[in-house]
Write a new protein. Sequence first.
Length: 83
Amino acid sequence: KFTREEMQAVTTRLAELWKSISPSELAQCKAEADVLKEQYEAEKAKFPPGSLKRHHKKGKKGKNQTVIVEGSGEKPKRARTAY
């Protein structure tokens, strides 16, 4: 396990490297990202609508967890409670 300072140092270093890439490398990365996003969306569309909803696990925080229920549209609806 890494300390918070080590993780921040790595993130800072990656940000510096990312800022120094050439425009051609940036275009190549964006093109690859677009291709991968299209592949992801195509695979995601193959699943039936209800299979991608999240199921919460009851644990320590089970009472206060947000429960995602199937609804219409893209925005998840919060489960109704007794109060």
